[in-house]
Design a protein around this ligand. Structure first.
Ligand SMILES: Cc1ncc(COP(=O)(O)O)c(C=O)c1O
Length: 369
């Protein structure tokens, strides 16, 4: 089995994908993980759950999202570029697919409170939205640096009735917010569901989040086949933060001949160049410093990403999230160095819209001048 295929298989009974995954949590959280796993297994085998989940994503979430052919950019690059438009979902990113699923499970487990942590704020906004819809109390942890960077999303979450707690410890970014959310979960595990937004955390989260994002890949595959006369794209590209839009996208194409490309923020999730270690309840590739501490994720906003952001806006009238601009940046660079065969079909998951990033991009553009 290829590495990609094994990662798309069911995890082992202990939640492992090969050597990765697992459940590295304090003893007090094991029952909550087991309860969640049992609730998810029952729900995922229940046609009534699927019907409710899918109708919510259709009537509330805006699915199916379109597949857009980028005719202008395709001409410029000499390839056929298709975008899976997760930016057009309610709340503006793929995060809603997972959050609606977990909110339904929260209700099924009889819990009244959800907690989440967020970096760029899209997962927090999606969680706050689902909490409003389902009448759940919601607390979102966010590093102080991210609170400043994403002020608009912080205000959105508060408008939706959620409490946003700025986290001032450590580097004051996402990993510190995760630690704070875990602390809350330990203290309130009876009443509270921890809504994790990526394919990370202890078992069953990586598996469950991938399954909730599968809808993205399944739709994209059907839409590509309809557009391409039954063929699959040659290359499928997704950006990788915690890995959920990539896992959802690739789940639709892992059994095809398409080349699957996950594009990280510089030094991001460290696939391929990190070393295995344990963080936030699972074993994964990690960037670590010489003391085995998790290293900081360098800035994701380099020149190539800014160029991709601007080019997509100008050529196609689509302003992408900075995360998704990484995937576009890879396509631009690969087309230029002829790594993409001229005429080949390339599908990119546009994981979100750029509204949240416009102020930051404005600063970057001004700094360049
Ligand atoms: C629009 C968008 N794309 C991608 C990501 C990265 O997450 P993941 O790798 O789980 O899809 C985020 C994270 O917040 C996001 O907001």
């Amino acid at each position: 089995m290829s590495e990609a295929k094994s990662l798309m298989a069911e995890p082992s009974d202990t939640g492992r994908f090969g050597e990765f995954g697992g459940r590295y949590v304090p003893e007090s959280l094991v029952p909550a993980c087991r309860e969640l796993e049992a609730a998810f297994r029952v729900a995922w085998a229940d046609p009534a759950f699927h019907a409710e989940y899918e109708s919510l994503l259709r009537d509330y979430g805006g699915r199916p999202t379109p597949l857009t052919e980028c005719t202008n950019l395709s001409k410029q690059l000499g390839i056929r570029l298709l975008l899976k438009r997760e930016d057009l979902t309610h709340t503006g990113s793929h995060k809603i697919n997972n959050v609606i699923g977990q909110a339904l499970l929260t209700k099924r487990m009889g819990k009244q409170r959800v907690i989440a942590e967020t970096g760029a704020g899209q997962h927090g906004v999606a969680t706050a939205t689902a909490a409003a819809l389902f009448g759940l109390e919601c607390v979102v942890y966010m590093g102080e640096v991210d609170v400043e960077r994403q002020a608009l999303n912080v205000f959105r979450m508060r408008l939706l009735g959620s409490e946003v707690v700025p986290v001032g410890s450590g580097s004051r970014t996402l990993k510190d917010a995760v630690n704070e959310a875990l602390r809350d979960w330990v203290a309130n595990v009876e009443s509270t569901h921890y809504c994790i937004g990526s394919v990370m955390g202890p078992h069953p989260y990586p598996w469950m989040v991938r399954e909730f994002q599968r809808i993205l890949g399944t739709e994209a595959r059907e839409q590509c086949r309809a557009l391409l006369g039954g063929r699959d794209p040659d290359v499928v590209v997704a950006c990788v933060g915690g890995g959920s839009n990539a896992a959802g996208t690739f789940s639709g194409f892992v059994d095809t001949a398409a080349r699957l490309v996950g594009v990280e923020a510089a030094g991001g999730a460290a696939i391929g160049h990190g070393i295995p270690g344990v963080v936030h309840g699972m074993k994964s590739f990690l960037m670590q410093d010489e003391h085995g501490q998790v290293a900081e994720d360098p800035s994701a906003t380099d020149d190539e990403v800014l160029r991709a952001f601007e080019l997509l806006a100008r050529a196609e009238g689509i302003i992408p999230a900075l995360e998704a601009a990484h995937a576009i940046a890879w396509v631009l660079a690969a087309a230029e160095r002829r790594e993409l065969t001229p005429g080949s079909t390339v599908l990119v998951t546009l994981s979100g819209r750029g509204d949240k990033d416009v102020a930051q991009v404005m600063d970057m553009v001004n700094a360049r001048q």
